[in-house]
Ligand binder design. Structure first.
Ligand code: ARG
Length: 572
């Protein structure tokens, strides 16, 4: 239920020169409840209506009072240049709780995105290189952003733009032919490939002819040489198998793994269009696109040896995606160090005459910092990332088996997995994405602080009350939620009713942290309610109403956690 819409319509109906949409956007929450629940500042209308704000407020009020107030508004007061609306708590509680009870996990969902496709590119690790912590952040963010958009009715396409092409593959093939061994590599693909890749660089310093060999190998790869292509395929498959383990642990999947290699045959067209438009210029043997904004470095399209680069592949990819998916938004979840790269790619597309370049969005994020000494020395290694996740699970298990309330869980391993992984995801999605992420076990697994386990625990608490009620044979379905008018009950109701706006805002800003913040506040509010209002010991009608509210809070926590990729457990 959106009481703001009702209030906006009420105000707009009072004067034909007032626009409901403008009113809606201007509505505020007064700093003090005594001043009402929703306020409309009339100052914005002073110019259009050529009247002083207090007179506008009085005029609107008079009109509003001529008609009967909608049930959920108990009174309206004009104060200074403001119109203050007092809501009828009982009516609001009833409307909100009944709506959630009916819609269940569909509460907050909408179909506003119907018919529009949002492509979310995320994770995008590099083949034969470690899956580093930045890729893990991208994975958490992109997975959540895709869920948020699908929740709002958009068709989403989740793309893993694998780094599976480029001159480094020439080097890797040279190295493999010299020092590689299929068996050793199969046992520990990424570390072994990395080893020979590092060795290539060491040896190439002494023997520059290795570089020539690598270039020749990459050219052979680009020309489809079967033996070289077979080796490349082997590197890709071996790496993917490792990445897959991580995706499984995180519960993440993709609709497409079309990586850089997918676009190799689509690049001549890019060069063709650029030439045709006359925007390809020579610069030191390379071919580049220059921008009107001189502070922006030109975008290199072809290197002096005629090979394409990362940016060329991104331009081809964007073109392909537009044709193939006709996206409404094309979202790139990639760390902020690549901000300039995306500006150049989008700028080039714009110069090519593609207006949809404006629908391409770079969603950047900051670095992960490890104040815990032991972690910082090891970080950046694919095995370590898996270690981080496994360690989170192990540490959670330790906490669980040592706690008085949960030591008798019969599925402690499963609970530890969901809570441990959830704790890591929560941490990545906790603060605005451009801020650095501080990763310490103390905060991540702080069951009392702002953490994943804290929120999951609130959910489990709700479930436990509901199952007690069920055991006692209480059917709270008929509960009357209009009885929920105390501060703790009503504040929880208000939290629940702001869920829809929260999801929308998170989508508009590509910012899952808005959902994380929300679900944390919701869990806190639920705990406040739970600690203040007794549920099972309350008088029968109140008990039913409170059980109904508990069910709504649990439902909403579960949905919000789902949006950030975190699973719930009913007992912990
Ligand atoms: N593979 C790249 C890296 O690890 C990220 C790819 C980002 N996406 C893109 N379309 N360029 O840095």
């Amino acid at each position: 239920m959106d009481e703001k819409k009702i209030i906006a319509a009420l105000i707009a109906a009072a004067n034909e020169n007032i626009d409901a949409g403008m009113v809606y956007d201007a509505l505020e929450t007064p700093p003090d409840r005594k001043m009402g629940d929703v306020a409309f500042p009339c100052f914005k209308l002073a110019r259009t209506l050529r009247m002083a704000p207090p007179a506008i407020a009085a005029g609107i009020l008079e009109k509003i009072n001529e008609d009967k107030l909608p049930g959920m508004i108990s009174k309206v007061v004009a104060a200074g240049g403001y119109l203050n609306f007092y809501l009828d708590r009982g009516a609001i509680s009833k409307a909100t709780v009944d709506e959630i009870t009916e819609l269940k996990d569909g509460y907050g969902r909408s179909d506003e995105g119907a018919g529009k496709t949002v492509l979310v590119e995320f994770s995008s690790p590099n083949i034969a290189k470690p899956f580093h912590i930045g890729h893990l952040v991208s994975t958490a963010l992109g997975h959540s952003i895709a869920r948020i958009y699908s929740f709002l009715g958009y068709d989403t396409v989740r793309v893993n733009h694998l780094g599976d092409w480029g001159t480094q593959f020439g080097k890797l093939i040279t190295a493999y032919k010299l020092w590689g061994n299929e068996e050793t590599i199969m046992k520990d693909p990424i570390n072994e490939l990395l080893k020979i890749y590092v060795r290539f660089h060491e040896e190439a310093e002494k023997d520059p002819s290795l570089e020539d060999d690598a270039r020749a190998n990459f050219r052979a790869l680009e020309n489809g040489d079967p033996e070289i292509t077979r080796l490349w395929r082997f590197f890709v498959d071996a790496s993917l198998k490792e990445f897959d383990r991580m995706y499984k642990l995180l519960g993440v999947d993709f609709d497409s793994f079309a990586g850089e290699s997918f676009y190799t045959d689509k690049m001549p067209e890019v060069v063709e269009i650029l030439k045709e438009k006359g925007i390809l210029e020579e610069s030191d043997g390379a071919m580049v696109v220059r921008f009107d904004d001189e502070s922006m470095p030109p975008c290199i399209i072809l290197k002096s040896d005629g090979t394409t680069i990362y940016a060329t592949r991104d331009i081809a990819a964007a073109l392909y995606r537009k044709r193939h998916y006709d996206f409404y938004k094309n979202v790139y979840v990639v760390g902020t160090p690549q901000t300039l790269h995306f500006k150049q790619v989008f700028g080039t597309l714009k110069k090519m005459g593609f207006e949809w370049a404006d629908d391409c969005v770079h969603v950047g994020f900051g670095y992960v910092r490890f104040p815990d000494k032991a972690m910082s020395t090891r970080h950046g290694d694919v095995v370590l990332l898996e270690d981080v996740l496994n360690e989170a699970v192990a540490k959670t298990k330790e906490i669980i088996v040592n706690s008085a309330t949960s030591k008798d869980l019969d599925n402690a391993d499963l609970v530890a997995e969901k809570v441990g992984i959830g704790a890591v995801l929560y941490t990545f999605l906790k603060n605005s994405r451009e801020r650095d992420i501080i990763f310490t076990w103390k905060d991540i697994l702080d069951f009392e602080g702002e953490s994943g386990p804290y929120v999951q625990y609130a959910y489990a608490r709700g479930c436990s009350v509901l199952s007690k009620a069920q055991e006692a044979g209480i059917d709270y379905g008929s509960g009357d939620a209009s009885l929920l008018t105390s501060d703790e009950e009503y504040n929880l109701v208000r939290m629940l009713s702001s869920f829809r706006d929260t999801v929308r805002e998170a989508a508009a800003r590509f910012e899952p942290s808005i959902v994380t913040r929300y679900v944390t506040d919701l869990a806190q509010q639920f705990n406040k309610f739970y600690n203040t209002c007794s549920v099972m010991k309350a008088e029968e009608e109140i008990r039913k109403a409170r059980l109904k509210l508990t069910a709504c809070a649990a439902e909403c926590i579960k949905t919000a956690l789902w949006l950030i990729g975190v699973d719930v457990v009913e007992k912990m």
